[in-house]
Design a binder for this molecule. Structure first.
Ligand SMILES: Cc1ncc(COP(=O)(O)O)c(C=O)c1O
Length: 376
């Protein structure tokens, strides 16, 4: 019996062919493929009035997004405590402080009412993160941001390919970021992108991703470089390389298959597991969602035993996440009661979810979970 991994990236002949073509081109750095990938993302999210900049990772996208938002030392950024470390580190990297906010018990995304109570004069921005198969209350966040003149960084690392109120994720936020790391809905092996609302913001990101070089992107997009330029701002080596963009383009072309198979697997999990009395399955039918992961909530005192039972049956599971305030580096950050965060962090288990995952695999996992609760 083969182990079912939590993640299993969909790498097929298309990606291998795309990699060979990009390597044969001989221009390995930022170039024409990056430009094509940015245009393809823009077309995919269907937003002609936005600007897309591809970068090396989702973390880089978050860091640059916060800098574009004007976040600087002395500022505070409100983030769900239940979030990826990348967000907390990106905030710290700007010199600002993360402020940990609780999450909503149904969506596991930021609790807007609690977020409002955490706003002070120091608050510069709020991170609106979509979690697994749930989307944040983006209208609520936008209202809050308008009321208090805050910037919004929409962390859409998990929601690429989903729709919010009929609009593609990426098409409506103040600043939106994507991650294309090895396990995301689509991967560039490593990669990220920012979706911005103005040309000056795009220009900032284009410079900052290339260690501050004022090299025109239009030159690099022809697989060339300028030898003279100015340096006007701080920068990082955060650009995306041609090889990664080529793989991303191959992935993007199969987005329909990726969305449909992930959604079908998540629905099958819900159908099989919703009858188990001790379990809480995600309360959604996944309409308009390309689920990144699938999770269940189990009573905290049974979580380790269930994970061990599944491991014995060659089924990998994960924990997403330990919340920010549990880590030494962030333990003194300002926070609210984090009651839901504490509870969820002790209950949550990530189950395997892949693009093109067979329903037989989902069935095997579901049966194994049901047998655990039948015997416990
Ligand atoms: C919610 C969230 N934001 C940001 C990131 C960081 O993305 P990357 O791994 O591409 O740096 C991740 C990574 O898993 C994530 O889950």
């Amino acid at each position: 019996m083969q182990t079912i991994p939590v993640y299993n990236p969909l790498i097929e002949q298309d990606e291998i062919n795309a990699s060979i073509a990009a390597l044969e081109l001989g221009w390995l750095g930022m170039g024409s493929y990056v430009n094509k990938f940015e245009s393809a993302i823009k077309e995919f999210i269907g937003s002609s009035d936005r600007y897309v900049a591809a970068v090396s990772t989702g973390h880089a996208a978050l860091h640059l997004g916060l800098l574009v938002a004007g976040v600087e030392p002395g500022d505070e950024v409100i983030t769900p405590a239940f979030n990826n470390i990348a967000d907390f580190q990106a905030i710290i990297a700007t010199g600002a402080e993360p402020v940990f906010c609780d999450i909503d018990n149904d969506t596991l995304c930021i609790d807007i009412k609690k977020a409002e109570k955490m706003i002070t004069k120091k608050t510069k921005a709020i991170i609106a993160m979509d979690y697994f198969c749930f989307l944040c209350d983006h209208s609520g966040v936008a209202e809050l941001a308008n009321k208090y003149s805050l910037r919004v960084i929409h962390d859409a690392a998990h929601s690429f390919g989903s729709k919010y109120q009929g609009k593609m994720i990426g098409s409506f936020s103040d600043i939106c970021m994507f991650s294309f790391d090895p396990v995301k809905n689509i991967t560039c092996i490593d990669g990220g992108a920012l979706v911005l609302r103005s040309e000056p913001e795009l220009q900032m990101v284009q410079e900052m991703r290339l260690i501050g070089m004022g090299q025109p992107a239009s030159v690099m997009y022809q697989n060339k470089r300028a030898w003279t330029y100015d340096v006007r701002r701080i920068g990082f080596r955060y650009h995306m390389a041609n090889l990664h963009a080529a793989i991303g383009l191959a992935q993007l072309s199969k987005m329909k298959k990726i969305s449909e198979t992930r959604r079908a697997a998540a629905r099958f999990y819900n159908e099989k597991l919703s009858q188990v009395p001790d379990l809480n399955v995600p309360p959604t039918d996944f309409t308009d969602i390309t689920p990144f992961m699938y999770f269940v909530r189990v009573p905290a005192d049974k979580r380790d035993a269930l994970r061990a039972h599944l491991a014995n049956q060659k089924i990998d599971t994960g924990i997403h996440w330990q919340p920010g305030h549990w880590f030494t580096l962030f333990k003194d950050c300002r926070r609210d009661d984090l009651l839901v965060t504490e509870q969820i962090s002790n209950e949550i288990i990530s189950l395997p979810l892949h693009s093109c995952m067979s329903l037989e695999s989902v069935d095997r996992i579901a049966k194994s979970i049901i047998s655990f609760f039948g015997n416990s």
